[in-house]
Ligand binder design. Structure first.
Ligand code: FES
Ligand code: FES
Length: 156
């Protein structure tokens, strides 16, 4: 049995310790917000936070997440009103939407580390998150919008 803390809730799962965190999230705990893209740490669709860092859950063994703090898109904010989520809507970022939860989870770490990122900071931080629909410029715009919201007092 492996004990997990995900989005502030405690879970015990009876799985192989080598199982990827992504599998546990989606198939065992029925949290489908985190997406499976490539399975080999190349696309970023599966990005979640592990102790505040952005990690690729498709290549993170569940044993590594045991008793650590995991946050998924479902837990980024209680009501889906994180500044990034609001900015994403305002900028109308998603096309097919598949990559977007991973994009937002990576952006959340960027904004925590660099509250007022430049375009270059954004491109550097986000370049591991691929979008087949090519929403990169809208993602940039939304991150700047969220940074502005943060300056006006919204909590990241
Ligand atoms: S599914 Fe994990 S990086 Fe692509
Ligand atoms: S919105 Fe379609 S892959 Fe990014």
């Amino acid at each position: 049995m492996i004990s997990l803390k995900i989005n502030q809730k405690q879970y015990d799962v009876d799985v192989n310790p080598d199982m990827p965190l992504l599998w546990v999230l989606r198939d065992v705990l029925q949290m489908p917000g985190t997406k499976y893209g490539c399975g080999v740490a190349s696309c970023g669709a599966c990005t979640v936070h592990l102790n505040g860092d952005a990690v690729r859950s498709c290549v993170t063994k569940i044993s590594r997440a045991a008793n650590q703090e995991v946050v998924t898109i479902e837990g980024l904010s209680p009501n889906g009103d994180h500044p990034l989520q609001k900015a994403w809507l305002e900028a109308d970022v998603p096309q097919c939407g598949y990559c977007q939860s991973g994009q937002i989870m990576s952006a959340a770490v960027l904004l925590r580390e660099k509250p007022d990122p430049t375009d270059q900071d954004i491109d550097d931080a986000m370049n591991g998150n691929l979008c087949r629909c090519g929403t990169y410029l809208l993602i940039r715009k939304a991150i700047h919008l969220a940074a502005d919201m943060q300056k006006q007092g919204a909590k990241i």
